[in-house]
Design a protein around this ligand. Structure first.
Ligand code: ATP
Ligand code: MG
Ligand code: MG
Length: 507
């Protein structure tokens, strides 16, 4: 199974209400056309806006008169769903969700492997569902008689609200916006529109068990799972684009894409005037014969995109923002028609790649912690690339790959003095030895982003030991202004914000 070049919709905003209402104003960082739809389902009316890349978004919604499904993103286990439901092969992802709901009810969301946020309205209920990883963020505001849901916080702030919204036990609140909650990863919020009452159902949890597997068996499993995930993400007859650093994670995705894509692949690397990984990426591009391109961004220009990164990711985590900033710059500079982009993002989380830790108990503790705390960071958000019209997808966070990697015992992740050993071993026949053996280098390190952000903070007058705390406050300020406050990121001067934060720390 392959994918269309782009999903039918990238984002959505919906209002489910009992009384009269109007279609809310739609504000998204995601670029695309807006299509409106309105449907009456029993006692409730749903008014929605879909933001989509193509001329129409017919495949992003499905209705049979009783149930309306709205879907932003895409599904990867479509073949298996077809087998189960016996649906026509050209059924849309939204129709598959509708069919699964008819068969399994709320449990439908437990069988999906995808990158999506979905809304399903039926009777007096609105279901708001995330994929296993919450990789397409989804936010709700549930008031009696009126429920709002959207894939971006700023869409909900702009849609306005008269009531403050009820507190929602167990759900993450959104900073500075009372009554607004993020649907957790792998969760369905089952909301009664009349009362605004929410019941949360988990549909996925990170595995905490670990498998003792022979080396060969582990290597085979990782290779097979990753290959299947890559193939499920390829755009049919179109050429996929892989964002490539020359690190093992993205190089593996590039090699497997190249092996499966009929028309060959494009690869793209970014660097800055201070730092890049261009030589290492070129080794891989040459080895695969990909059409390769490099984009160099001035570090000063990179920093001006900090507000844009926070605005797109809607994340409050300064480290995550440092990972995502160079990618934001890359996507914004890509130009050309909208593309399907495969990344090597996220491999380090289940494999403990960034911990540089030899002691297995500590390594596994770190993996457990990272798998417990990823939710809400929005690291995988499609909005990063969708601000420039592109669709990104992350094979390592495919549900099956993520489960396979997470559940391997730590000694297969760290072995023979190597990090991510099992992944490296799984790729030895497809990549040059220097790539397979290359030590991990984070995107924030390889692009000099962390150093540039630190230099900005120090220039503003902060002391060395204050740098981390100031970065955190800068990111919060950017969130308050661009996400909660509705200020356009272009109108924000990052030097001014940093100076203000440092001065406040002094005061
Ligand atoms: P490793 O983690 O071993 O360094 P990696 O470089 O592929 O492997 P990360 O550093 O974790 O992975 O970066 C995450 C992802 O972001 C990469 O897999 C790649 O898709 C993308 N990326 C990182 N750096 C660059 C870059 N300089 N140019 C283009 N894409 C990049
Ligand atoms: Mg990595
Ligand atoms: Mg890297």
């Amino acid at each position: 199974m392959t994918q269309p070049e782009l999903p039918a919709a990238f984002g959505l905003l919906a209002s489910a209400h009992l009384g009269g209402g109007r279609t809310p104003t739609a504000v998204f960082a995601t670029r695309g056309r807006h299509s409106r739809l309105s449907e009456r389902l029993g006692p409730q009316t749903v008014d929605a806006v879909l933001v989509h890349p193509g001329d129409d978004c017919a495949k992003a919604h499905a209705s049979d008169g009783d149930t309306l499904v709205l879907l932003a993103g895409e599904i990867y286990n479509r073949d298996e769903i077809h087998d189960t439901l016996g649906t026509p092969v050209d059924a849309s992802d939204a129709e598959l969700v509708s069919g699964l709901f008819a068969k399994y009810g709320t449990h439908a969301f437990r069988v999906l492997n995808g990158r999506f946020a979905a809304l399903l309205a039926t009777g007096g209920r609105l279901l708001a569902a995330t994929d296993h990883a919450g990789s397409v963020p989804l936010y709700v505001r549930a008031e009696p008689g009126h429920v709002l849901a959207a894939t971006e916080v700023k869409a909900l702030t702009a849609a306005g609200s008269t009531v403050r919204g009820a507190p929602l036990p167990g759900a993450r609140r959104v900073r500075g916006l009372p009554g607004l909650h993020q649907v957790p990863a792998g969760t369905v919020f089952d909301i009664r529109v009349e009362t605004g009452a929410v019941a949360a159902h988990r549909t996925w949890t990170p595995p905490v068990h670990r498998r003792l597997v022979a080396e060969d068996e582990a290597v085979d499993r990782v290779r097979a799972a990753l290959e299947a995930a890559v193939v499920r993400r390829l755009p049919g007859t179109h050429r996929p684009l892989v964002v490539l650093s020359g690190g093992i994670d993205s190089s593996a995705v590039a090699a497997l894409s190249d092996g499966a894509a009929t028309a060959g692949i494009d690869t793209l690397s970014m660097g800055t005037d201070t730092s890049d990984e261009f030589p290492q990426a070129r080794v891989v591009a040459r080895h695969l014969g990909s059409a390769h391109r490099e984009i160099t961004v001035a570090s000063a220009d990179l920093l001006t995109l900090l507000p844009h990164t926070v605005h797109a990711a809607e994340s409050l985590d300064p480290e995550v923002i440092e990972y995502l900033l160079p990618l934001t710059a890359l996507y914004r500079r890509m130009g050309g028609p909208a593309r399907r982009v495969l990344t090597g993002y996220g491999a380090d989380i289940p494999l403990g790649g960034m911990h540089r830790e030899d002691r297995l108990p500590k390594l596994d503790t770190a993996v457990v912690r990272d798998m417990d705390t990823f939710d809400g960071l929005n690291e995988m958000s499609p909005v990063l690339s969708a601000v420039a019209g592109h669709w990104s997808t992350h094979p390592y966070w495919d549900r099956e790959v993520l489960e396979t990697l997470t559940s391997l015992e730590a000694g297969l992740k760290r072995r023979y003095g190597r990090d991510k050993w099992v992944l490296r071993a799984a790729m030895t026949d497809l990549l040059p030895a220097e790539t397979v053996n290359r030590p991990k280098l984070g995107v924030h390190e390889g692009s000099g982003t962390t150093a540039s952000f630190s230099a900005l903070v120090l220039r503003a007058g902060a002391a060395e030991e204050e740098v981390a705390a100031v970065k955190g406050r800068v990111v919060r300020e950017l969130f308050d202004r661009t996400v909660a406050g509705g200020v356009a990121p272009d109108d924000i001067d990052i030097e001014e914000v940093t100076g203000k934060i440092v001065a406040e720390g002094r005061g």
